[in-house]
Design a protein around this ligand. Structure first.
Ligand code: SF4
Ligand code: SF4
Length: 429
C-alpha cells in the first residue's frame, strides 16, 4: 500500500514501524476469509484489510480518532488469524497495538466505557483484587439475566456469566525436589489463571518436576501486561514488561534458566514480544530480547525436553481447541495435538479450527454480543466432535468455551499430567 508519511512522522519509531507494515500490505484480501469479524459481520471495515486502511488514514493524517474508526478497531479480536494467512508477512499485531495506543491517547471514550476499561485494567492483572471482585460477582450473579436485557449493561452481564460459581484456593507454590536435575525452568505465575483454575499451574509443576526439571517462580514477577497493552495502555504494558524482564534476568544471571515456560498462551505471545516492545529502551532492549528468546509455551517446552513416559488412563476422545495466541500469535504448530496423541488420547480437531473462540483477553466483556456469536459458532463445531473432553491451552478460551458447552474443558497440561501419573483433571472428577 502506498504511504505518504512525512520525514518528521517517520522519525518516531512506532510510526516508522507501522508505516513499514502498512507498505507491505498489497490489498490482496486473502486475510478477509480467515478474519472472524469479517466472516461474521461481512463488513470490509471489520476485516484486516479494511482496518489497515482505517489505521493508515488515522496515523498518516494524524487524525483525531473518530467514533466510527474506534468502533472497527475495537471490534478486532487481536486473534492474529490474518497474520497466518497474509502472504506479504504484514505484522498486523504491531500495527493494531500502535493504533490502540494512539486511540487511547487521543480519543475520549464515553464515561461508561472509560469506567469499564479502568475497572478491568485495575482489577484483572492483580490476583488479590481479582479474587475479591469474583467474590462480589458471585453475590451479584443472580442479577445476570437482568443485566443481559439492557444493552448498556451487557459487559457487566458478561463478567458475571464468566465468574465461577465457587471460589478456588490459590494454587500451591510447592515444587518437588528434583534429584537428577536436568535443568531449571521459570514458570509464569500469571494473574487470572491461578485465580480461576489453580489446578493448571499445579499440573504444570508436577509435569515438569516429573520430567526432572526444577521449577521456580521468579520473585517480583507481575502480570505479563498483555491485557493493558492490548487495551492501548502502552505505558502500563511497558512497566509490566520491564518489571518482568528484571525479575527473570535475576534468575538467568543467578542459577540460570533453560526456559521461561508459559501455560497461558495469550501471555506467551506478549512475553515473546517484549524484545520488540522494549527495542528502543537502551537499558532494557538486550535483556528483553534475551527474555523473549527463552519464553516458550508449555507445549513447546514439553516438545523440547524428554517427556516422562505417558499412557492415557483410558482411550479418551479429546477435542483440541488451538488458542489463537498459540496457533497464530506464536505459530506453535501442532505440538499440543502431537503431545496428546503420543500420550494415547484420541485427538479430534474441529472445523474452522483457525477461527477464534471470541475470548481474546477481555474482548468477551468489552464486545459481549460479537464474542457470544463467535463463541457459539466455535462451540457448535467442537460439540459436533462428540468428544469426552475439550482441551485447550489458554484460560480465556477455557472459560469462553466452558460457558457454552456441557463437555468438560481442561488445559492440555492437565491431561498430560494425568497420563504421566498425576491425578485426573478436576473438571473430569
Ligand atoms: S486480528 Fe483477528 S479479528 Fe483482528 S483483523 Fe486480524 S483476523 Fe480479524
Ligand atoms: S492478506 Fe496481507 S497483504 Fe493481503 S490484504 Fe490482508 S494484510 Fe494486506
Amino acid at each position: 500500500m502506498q504511504t505518504s508519511f512525512s520525514p518528521r512522522q517517520l522519525a518516531e519509531p512506532d510510526m516508522a514501524a507501522s508505516e513499514a507494515q502498512i507498505r507491505k500490505c498489497v490489498h490482496c484480501g486473502f486475510c478477509t476469509a480467515t478474519c472472524p469479524t469479517y466472516v461474521l459481520l461481512g463488513d470490509e471495515l471489520d476485516s484486516p484489510r479494511g482496518r489497515i486502511y482505517l489505521m493508515k488514514e488515522m496515523l498518516e493524517k494524524e487524525q483525531a480518532p473518530t467514533a466510527e474508526v474506534v468502533k472497527h478497531i475495537d471490534r478486532c479480536l487481536s486473534c492474529l488469524s490474518c497474520m497466518t494467512t497474509c502472504p506479504s508477512d504484514v505484522n498486523y499485531m504491531h500495527l493494531v497495538d500502535h493504533a490502540r495506543a494512539y486511540v487511547q491517547e487521543r480519543y475520549r471514550r464515553p464515561l461508561r466505557e472509560r469506567m469499564l476499561r479502568a475497572l478491568l485494567a485495575g482489577v484483572l492483572p492483580h490476583p488479590g483484587r481479582f479474587r475479591l471482585a469474583l467474590a462480589l460477582a458471585r453475590l451479584a450473579k443472580p442479577a445476570q439475566p437482568l443485566f443481559q436485557r439492557a444493552p448498556s449493561l451487557r459487559p457487566l452481564a458478561a463478567m458475571l456469566a464468566l465468574a465461577p460459581r465457587r471460589a478456588t484456593a490459590p494454587p500451591s507454590s510447592a515444587t518437588a525436589a528434583v534429584p537428577a536435575r536436568k535443568g531449571r525452568i521459570a514458570l509464569l505465575q500469571g494473574c487470572a489463571e491461578p485465580v480461576l483454575r489453580p489446578e493448571i499451574r499445579e499440573a504444570t509443576v508436577r509435569l515438569l518436576n516429573r520430567a526432572s526439571y526444577e521449577v521456580v517462580f521468579a520473585k517480583g514477577e507481575v502480570c505479563c501486561g498483555s491485557l493493558v497493552h492490548h487495551m492501548g495502555r502502552k505505558d502500563d504494558g511497558l512497566d509490566a514488561a520491564r518489571t518482568n524482564v528484571d525479575s527473570w534476568t535475576r534468575e538467568i544471571e543467578g542459577e540460570g534458566l533453560d526456559f521461561i515456560a508459559i501455560a497461558t498462551s495469550g501471555c506467551g505471545t506478549t512475553i515473546k514480544d517484549y524484545g520488540f516492545m522494549l527495542r528502543d529502551d537502551p537499558a532494557y532492549a538486550a535483556k528483553a530480547a534475551r527474555v523473549s528468546s527463552l519464553a516458550k509455551d508449555i507445549s513447546e517446552v514439553l516438545s523440547a525436553i524428554d517427556m516422562p513416559h505417558a499412557a492415557a488412563p483410558r482411550p479418551m476422545t479429546v477435542a483440541y481447541n488451538a488458542p489463537c495466541s498459540l496457533q497464530h500469535g506464536q505459530r506453535a504448530g501442532d505440538g499440543p495435538k502431537r503431545l496428546l496423541s503420543e500420550a494415547g488420547f484420541v485427538v479430534r480437531i474441529p472445523e474452522e479450527a483457525h477461527l477464534c473462540c471470541g475470548s481474546a483477553g477481555v474482548y468477551n466483556i468489552l464486545q459481549p454480543d460479537i464474542a457470544a456469536r463467535i463463541g457459539e459458532r466455535k462451540v457448535e463445531r467442537l460439540d459436533r466432535l462428540n468428544a469426552e473432553v475439550i482441551a485447550t491451552g489458554n484460560i480465556g478460551c477455557a472459560m469462553q468455551i466452558g460457558l457454552r458447552t456441557g463437555t468438560p474443558v481442561v488445559h492440555t497440561v492437565e491431561l498430560l499430567d494425568w497420563a504421566t501419573g498425576g491425578p485426573p483433571p478436576k473438571a473430569l472428577a
